[in-house]
Design a protein around this ligand. Structure first.
Ligand SMILES: Nc1ncnc2c1ncn2[C@@H]1O[C@H](COP(=O)(O)OP(=O)(O)OP(=O)(O)O)[C@@H](O)[C@H]1O
Ligand SMILES: [Mg+2]
Length: 220
């Protein structure tokens, strides 16, 4: 479903280049729940940006759901991000002036769906993440865990090929973090493919396969 082969990425550092990802290869099948575990600075977010089609590798190939991502231009990548990837971030990134319903239905409106057709889909997804009684609340009226549930609903609503989560429990206390990980497990059992990134072994153990990223080298 998702296949990276020999991905390299370096950032310019003065006159020279700082290698961050070194010959990274990764295959993920539909329905997997994997964690990429690595220390701070190991290249996790850089890899996540490449998997999420937000950044391009310097070399190597990347195929997602039958599409060769490495040969896509910016416009094609924007469409792929909207259609195939559901992003979940450490800090939720909800839009503060919109309520939960509007935040969750936004990706469908961006696609050009009408409000009337997006609304029932948003309601169904909000139910799925356990946020029904908070659907008309603003982000600032929600706890961190509830905000993350809203962000997960927003990621799910497009029925993406993969859910991509960078430190999804990093801003939460351990009990609330566990609740979010249980939700991921439930979503995975329902057939969603999940890739999460973390530096925390407890978080990683919620997934079904762990890969280790160390100084830009990925190993199993
Ligand atoms: N835009 C950039 N320009 C230059 N160097 C960068 C850039 N982004 C990241 N780096 C460097 O690349 C390395 C890997 O960074 P990355 O953000 O991928 O690490 P990480 O594993 O996500 O770390 P953390 O756990 O702290 O979030 C670091 O040494 C970082 O300083
Ligand atoms: Mg990071």
């Amino acid at each position: 479903m998702l296949k990276l082969c020999h991905i390299n990425k370096a950032y310019p550092m003065g006159e020279s280049q700082l290698p961050v990802l070194k010959e990274v290869s990764l295959s993920v099948s539909k329905g997997e729940f994997i964690t990429i575990l690595g220390a701070s600075g190991s290249g996790k977010s850089t890899l996540m940006h490449i998997i999420g089609c937000m950044d391009k590798a310097d070399s190597g190939t990347y195929e997602l759901d039958g599409v060769r991502i490495d040969s896509c231009d910016e416009d094609e990548l924007a469409v792929i991000r909207n259609q195939k990837i559901g992003f979940i971030f450490q800090k939720y990134h909800l839009i503060s002036q919109y309520d939960v319903l509007m935040n969750v239905m936004l990706p469908l409106l961006i696609r050009g769906q009408t409000r009337a057709s997006a609304l029932p889909e948003a309601e169904e997804t909000i139910r799925k993440v356990g946020l029904w009684d908070r659907r008309t609340h603003l982000p600032k009226e929600l706890s961190g865990g509830q905000q993350q549930r809203a962000a997960i609903a927003r990621a799910l609503i497009t029925k993406p090929a993969v859910l991509l989560a960078d430190e999804p429990t990093g801003a939460l206390d351990s009990k609330t973090g566990q609740e979010i990980l249980s939700l991921f497990q439930q979503l995975n059992e329902a057939g969603n493919t999940i890739i999460q990134i973390s530096h925390d072994l407890n978080v990683a153990n919620a997934g079904r396969r762990i890969l280790y990223l160390q100084d830009g080298i990925l190993s199993s």
